[in-house]
Design a protein around this ligand. Structure first.
Ligand SMILES: Cc1cc2nc3c(=O)[nH]c(=O)nc-3n(C[C@H](O)[C@H](O)[C@H](O)COP(=O)(O)OP(=O)(O)OC[C@H]3O[C@@H](n4cnc5c(N)ncnc54)[C@H](O)[C@@H]3O)c2cc1C
Ligand code: SF4
Length: 340
């Protein structure tokens, strides 16, 4: 690992000041010149692999007092960005009113990682593309813009079929982000200029011509919280992977349904493991509205969810797998027992 400057922030204002100061000291600014450190379970791995080479790390863990809340007010949920995955997954009100969140966190990584890792770090984790994580491959547009993409003609079994470009086909690896997408969450961002909120769906950027730019966050900006309006007790996360624990998704679906008298009033579906960013499938959702959800409708919605999929040499199986995951998730959500 390369040498770096380590700073510890004492409060949110000090954190964004330190990040901004470190960013300008590292001018011309590169995305990775200064990085906030949360649980460190992704960042330190990538630094040891020499994939990320920040000159400065700003430890934001001292902000946990303000930024690790799990606040359910009876109607809405606010989650601090420094809340640990395991705490949120085990929280009784999250499990009761937002099972899709609890499932997405419980099915991710390992217990040790979940005890350390934070929600903010989770949504901002970087791809597991093996060519990205191995610096002996020179062709990776995400690491070195303009260098090419080793995965395009390489072994691309785990790569994306949705949201890809001719520059990058890396899969977005996280699980929790899909739950946030399905619940129409809002993300709160703290910057030197103040605090702003925006739809979580606008946080990540598909690779397009610039796969090295993964989010709309400016250097020095911090994710501070997530909010979800309403309760979504009829929701779940279904994850298919090569083994039943400690493995990333090959295909997953976060589903949230509002069903009244057997009719779907509102249905949301977000996909994981198959796309370059957390992926909402509104073209499938419109098919559910005001319908009774049966096996045939679930299958049609699953087909629609993958209508834009572009397979590569080794990953075409993800389309059929993904459709089965979506169809099963919808049927399970429609029939799940709801606790009052
Ligand atoms: C073996 C292994 C298996 C895994 N399996 C899964 C899995 O199945 N599903 C899954 O979802 N994840 C999985 N993960 C990923 C794991 O969940 C992430 O490493 C973890 O959630 C990252 O959180 P962290 O707090 O440790 O982030 P860090 O490593 O501290 O940070 C990650 C990135 O986010 C930035 N950052 C962190 N917090 C903030 C913030 N508040 N504002 C702005 N930037 C911030 C950091 O600068 C860094 O760039 C796995 C990881 C490992 C090592
Ligand atoms: S898929 Fe993206 S991350 Fe992977 S090698 Fe290609 S450019 Fe790099």
């Amino acid at each position: 690992m390369r040498a770096f400057i380590f700073q510890r922030a004492t409060d949110p204002s000090a954190a964004v000041q330190a990040l901004a100061a470190a960013a300008s000291a590292n001018s011309p600014l590169t995305e990775a010149a200064v990085q906030p450190l949360a649980g460190g379970t992704t960042l330190l791995d990538l630094m040891k692999l020499d994939v990320m080479r920040p000159a400065t790390l700003v430890d934001i863990n001292p902000l946990a007092g303000n930024w690790s809340t799990i606040d359910f007010d009876g109607g809405n949920l606010k989650l601090g960005a420094l809340a640990r995955m395991s705490d949120v997954a085990a929280h009784p009100q999250v499990r009761q009113h937002y099972p899709v969140i609890a499932d997405s966190l419980r099915l991710a990584a390992s217990p040790q990682l979940r005890n350390m890792a934070t929600l903010g770090g989770n949504v901002l984790q970087r791809t597991r593309c093996s060519y990205f994580r191995d610096v002996s491959y020179s062709a990776c547009n995400k690491r070195h813009p303009g260098s090419g993409c080793a995965a395009m003609e390489g072994f691309n079994r785990t790569h994306a079929v949705l949201g890809t470009s001719d520059q990058c086909i890396a899969t977005y690896p996280g699980d929790f982000a899909q739950a946030l997408m399905a619940l129409d969450a809002t993300v709160e961002i703290t910057a030197k200029s103040g605090v702003r909120t925006m739809p979580f769906a606008e946080l990540h950027k598909a690779p397009g011509r610039s796969p090295e730019i993964e989010t709309v966050l400016a250097p020095g900006e911090l994710v501070s919280a997530f909010t979800i309006a309403g309760r979504w007790p009829r929701s779940l996360y279904l994850k298919a992977r090569d083994r039943q624990s400690y493995e990333f998704a090959l295909a997953s679906a976060a589903v949230a349904l509002d069903v009244q008298d057997g009719v779907v009033r509102d249905g949301r579906i977000a996909l994981g493991g198959v796309a370059t960013v957390p992926w909402r499938v509104r073209e499938a959702e419109v098919m559910l509205k005001d319908q009774r959800l049966d096996e045939a409708l679930a299958a049609r919605a699953a087909d629609a969810a993958f209508s834009a999929a572009v397979p590569r040499r080794n990953n075409a199986f993800k389309i059929d797998l993904g459709k089965r995951v979506v169809a099963r998730a919808l049927q399970q959500a429609a029939t799940m027992e709801i606790r009052a």
